[in-house]
Design a protein around this ligand. Structure first.
Ligand SMILES: [Zn+2]
Length: 229
């Protein structure tokens, strides 16, 4: 049995991003982290936001969005690469827990993006099979960036690329792939029950900057260099 969304995507986004603003300015409230909240949640959870982000240790979601227990349903892996378990997790949050917003969280200086760039050069270093397979979906974003202009070689020169711009291409691709992977999510977005926002987090500033949104949501998106790609 599915669960109806409790808030609109708009309300979910505004609550969510207000937490990031508190974190940025150093006035975090650390809500929903006490014994009462823990007890309250023993028998059920109703997170309004589902988050799919990079595993990077600096992206500790409840800290950077200043929220607590029961607030975020989270799935993370290196380089935020869509996989069946990720799609299932987001579907579960939307369909069974009533989440109204999916946030896809990329970040600058991403090690997975850097590794994908490195794997695209003339002499890539050897990585384990599982790392190679996980990075594989990031490689087309590297190529897309590299082939924007006429190049003398198909091999990527890491020193002449903007890794964060490649990260934004991969962010857009991730949002697209997530939605393509799930009829349930597409239907929920179509009905206006759910919106998806892709953000790139700035490590130095602590800010999650939205670059792409899909669904019914009023939001100011940052100018994206990857949009024209
Ligand atoms: Zn990362």
């Amino acid at each position: 049995m599915s669960t109806a969304q409790r808030v609109s995507p708009q309300e979910a986004w505004e609550t969510f991003i207000a937490g990031n603003e508190r974190f940025i300015t150093g006035i975090s409230e650390h809500p929903n982290q006490n014994v009462e909240r823990r007890s309250e949640l023993v028998n059920s959870q109703s997170p309004d936001v589902a988050l799919f982000g990079c595993s990077d240790s600096r992206l500790a979601a409840e800290i950077i969005f200043d929220c607590g227990l029961g607030d975020l349903f989270i799935a993370r892996n290196m380089g935020h690469v869509v996989a069946e378990s990720i799609t299932a997790s987001m579907e579960y949050a939307v369909h069974y827990l009533g989440s109204a917003l999916i946030v896809v969280l990329a970040h600058d200086s991403c090690g997975a993006v850097a590794a994908a760039i490195e794997q695209s050069n003339r002499t890539p270093s050897s990585v384990t099979d599982s790392v190679a397979n996980t990075l594989a979906p990031v490689l087309p974003s590297v190529q897309q960036y590299w082939l924007r202009e006429r190049r003398e070689t198909p091999y990527v020169d890491a020193s002449s690329v903007d890794a964060d711009a490649i990260g934004r291409i991969h962010l857009r691709a991730t949002v697209d792939q997530l939605l393509r992977s799930s009829q349930t999510l597409r239907d929920a977005v179509d009905r206006g029950d759910v919106a998806v926002v892709g953000c790139q987090y700035s490590l130095v500033e602590g800010r999650a900057v939205p670059y792409i949104s899909v669904g019914k949501l009023e939001i100011n998106l940052a100018e994206s260099d990857s949009a024209a790609a």
